[in-house]
Every structure is written in structure tokens, then in C-alpha cells.
Design a protein around this ligand. Structure first.
Ligand SMILES: [Zn+2]
Length: 177
């Protein structure tokens, strides 16, 4: 059953190890749909949604994780590198084309996934990048912004900035269709 044009109730249930209601899945799917558009229209595979407490511990989730209440989802952008996709999202946000959210966290090298949290009260809109993806080490986070994305992960910043510009142009064309 389609919740939104690109997300189904079945895939939200597949990505959950906790009890969820169709209403919870619907709200999350609508936010994911907005991130899908903002990222340039690339498909997003939902890898995690609502988690049982046991599941949250086993994947190293923090005890305050929004996953525990079905208010966050992890997605893997398909057919695009994570940096280009994240840049597209941030450019869209700057242009006012992203609804409120609480957290947007990208995990390069850790399954190349992104964590997207539903808006909270009080409002916050954190953008972070995991900066130490070594297995077994506690995650360290850096601020993700249009200014810092070029230094994410080091190496080849110039080449990647060209890739990023192409990604943004691609996203603009994708939205124009
Ligand atoms: Zn997550």
C-alpha cells in the first residue's frame, strides 16, 4: 500500500523492529518524500525506522533515539554518492524547499546512510556528519553545512566539489520536470 508516491507501508514495516501504526508510518513517509525530492529525486531505501529497545541497543542507538518512538528513519540514497545527495538536500533547504525536521545526520562509510528525524518541540534542525566511522569507536559528529561539506572525509575536495555542483544542477533539472 502506497503511503506517498514513493514509499509503501510494507517497506516502512520491513524497516521497523517495533510496533508502528499506519499513521506513524504515514507521517514519516511524508517527510522522507520531501527529502527524496530535495536530494534530487534519487530513490531512498529505508534501512531502519521504529526500533524496539532491544534492536536499538544492538545497533548502538542512543537511549534518546527518535527511532524508539517511530519518529526517525535511516535511508540509503541509491544511484548517487552520499555527499552529492546531502549537498542537494542542503541546497534545497537553503532555497526553502524542505519541511521542518529535527535531525539530518549523514554517515559516510557506515553504510552511507542518512538519519532523518521528525520535527520536535522545541524545534531544532541539526545537521551533522559522523566524523569517526571506525568500527567499535564511539561516533563523533561534526557540523554539516554548505561551508563544511567540502572537507568531509578529506581527500579530493576539488573533484568532489565539481561532482557536487553537477549534482545540484541535476537536482534543479530533476525538479524542473
Ligand atoms: Zn537513525
Amino acid at each position: 500500500m502506497n503511503l506517498t508516491p514513493h514509499f509503501t507501508l510494507e517497506e516502512m514495516r520491513d524497516a521497523s523492529s517495533a510496533v508502528t501504526t499506519p499513521a506513524m508510518a504515514q507521517q514519516m513517509a511524508e517527510l522522507l518524500e520531501a527529502f527524496r525530492d530535495a536530494g534530487g529525486g534519487f530513490p531512498l531505501k529505508v534501512s531502519s525506522f521504529a526500533r524496539s529497545p532491544e534492536r536499538n541497543v544492538s545497533v548502538g542507538g542512543v537511549s534518546t533515539s527518535q527511532h524508539l518512538v517511530g519518529q526517525a528513519a535511516d535511508v540509503i540514497p541509491l544511484g548517487v554518492d552520499l555527499r552529492t545527495w546531502a549537498l542537494n538536500v542542503m541546497v534545497a533547504e537553503k532555497a526553502g524547499n524542505l519541511p521542518p525536521y529535527s535531525q539530518f545526520i549523514v554517515y559516510p562509510g557506515a553504510g552511507d546512510h542518512a538519519h532523518i528525524g521528525m520535527p520536535t518541540i522545541p524545534k531544532r534542525s541539526e545537521k551533522l556528519v559522523m566524523s569517526s566511522p571506525e568500527p567499535g569507536m564511539p561516533a563523533q559528529y561534526g557540523t554539516l553545512s554548505l561551508a563544511t561539506i567540502g572537507s568531509w572525509g578529506g581527500g579530493l575536495p576539488r573533484l568532489l566539489s565539481i561532482v557536487g555542483v553537477l549534482g545540484v544542477l541535476g537536482a534543479m533539472f530533476a525538479r524542473g520536470r
